[in-house]
Design a protein around this ligand. Structure first.
Ligand SMILES: [Zn+2]
Length: 386
């Protein structure tokens, strides 16, 4: 098996423009289990691209040694639109500049897209044979995406990526936070199954939510299986796509050293999952550095007003509910010492992230604190920062 590199053209927004997504494929489509890994859907989050730079040579070598099995798809940059959004020397890669919103929100709901007629058709094919059900559901999801025609560049990008991820057993979407420790988002149905991923990456938090409210890329492929299992409780439907958003620490944590380390972690994860045969004994899964917690127990601390942040805690600190996370300084206060107000933790737990930029607006997220107790008002609500 040899790697093939494909360049998939995207529909341009205006005459004479065009962009493309590149993918590397090991193995052939439909041949064995499939792993799909993409980097930097939020195009200003660079660590994922660095990890791919180091992961591809590892996979190439294993490929040359005949150790790969199944299909592995690697997308080293998932968002050429965002990569090109440079305004006044700043890269704006999180939101589409044309007003179409956050690149990692509003991914299609495959079950809703299928529609009632196709779901009735599916129901007639379902049985208590879980593997046959998985095949039937994948065929439906694939068809749903193939039938759609993109109207513009962003829809074209979304469809191109989704069509490739839709039939994967494993989908890893590599992101990063602002200034943060390594962590991952998963649906609860994949815990503790995904403990090998979390352990290999040395995650300090594994945040579980069945529906975080934003229709993010990972949930677009993991939750449809859960929805169908609920819709057809008498049929055996597995959570057949393990999809995770991996937050590769903070946006400035980009180096060859970290890229190599994280690429090796993902490579080992793929070994545990049978995509890479080992020369000798399989590597042992390292010990977990965290337990999984409900995302609704993570406090997204927000600023009550605009101002300057003076943090009172560091990432990695364990703090108590009510403790001062940061002082918010009002530069317009006539008496500077009276222009300071405390922003306090809403839960006890680990300080997972902070802002690197220290000027904030009202309601901006300024930190995430990983707690264990559900926070009132968060359960069942919108759980993401923006
Ligand atoms: Zn992101």
């Amino acid at each position: 098996m040899a790697r093939t590199t494909e360049r998939l053209p995207l529909k341009g927004n205006s005459p004479g423009t065009g962009q493309e997504v590149m993918l590397h494929r090991y193995g052939s489509p439909g041949n064995g289990p499939k792993a799909y890994l993409q980097a930097s859907l939020h195009a200003d989050e660079t660590p994922g691209m660095m990890v791919m730079h180091h992961l591809i040579p590892l996979l190439d070598r294993a490929d040359e040694e005949g150790r790969l099995s199944g299909e592995i798809v690697v997308i080293p940059y998932a968002n050429p639109i965002g990569l090109g959004q440079i305004v006044n020397q700043s890269q704006l890669g999180r939101y589409a500049l044309n007003g179409d919103g956050n690149f990692n929100r509003n991914w299609p709901d495959l079950v809703a897209l299928a529609g009632d007629t196709a779901l009735d058709e599916l129901e007639r094919k379902l049985s208590d044979d879980a593997l046959k059900n998985t095949i039937a559901i994948r065929q439906l999801f694939r068809r749903v995406l193939l039938e759609r025609e993109p109207r513009d560049l962003l829809e074209s990008l979304r469809l191109t990526l989704a069509r490739e991820a839709v039939d994967a057993d494993i989908v890893l979407d590599l992101h990063c936070d602002d200034d943060a420790l390594m962590h991952a988002f998963l649906i609860p149905q994949h815990w503790p199954e995904a403990a090998d991923l979390v352990a290999e990456l040395e995650c300090r938090a594994a945040l579980l939510a069945e529906d975080s409210g934003g229709a993010s890329f990972d949930e677009a492929f993991s939750t449809p299986w859960i929805k169908l299992a609920k819709r057809y409780p008498d049929c055996s439907i597995l959570p057949a796509c393990l999809a995770a958003t991996v937050e590769l620490r903070g946006r400035n944590d980009v180096s060859d050293e970290l890229g190599r380390k994280d690429a090796a972690a993902l490579f080992n994860f793929l070994r545990h999952r049978g995509f890479i045969r080992s020369e000798g004994a399989d590597p042992e899964i390292p010990a977990l550095l965290c337990e999984a917690t409900d995302l609704a127990a993570t406090d997204v601390v927000r600023s009550p007003a605009a101002g300057i942040l003076a943090y009172n805690v560091d990432i990695g600190d364990q703090i108590r509910k009510g403790e001062v996370v940061a002082w918010l300084i009002d530069p317009a206060a006539e008496q500077p010492l009276e222009g300071r107000q405390a922003i306090k933790a809403g839960t006890s737990g680990l300080v997972l992230s902070r802002n690197s930029h220290k000027y904030v607006s009202a309601k901006d997220s300024i930190a995430k604190i990983v707690g264990k107790d559900l926070i009132e008002g968060r359960d069942g609500g919108y759980l993401l920062e923006d």
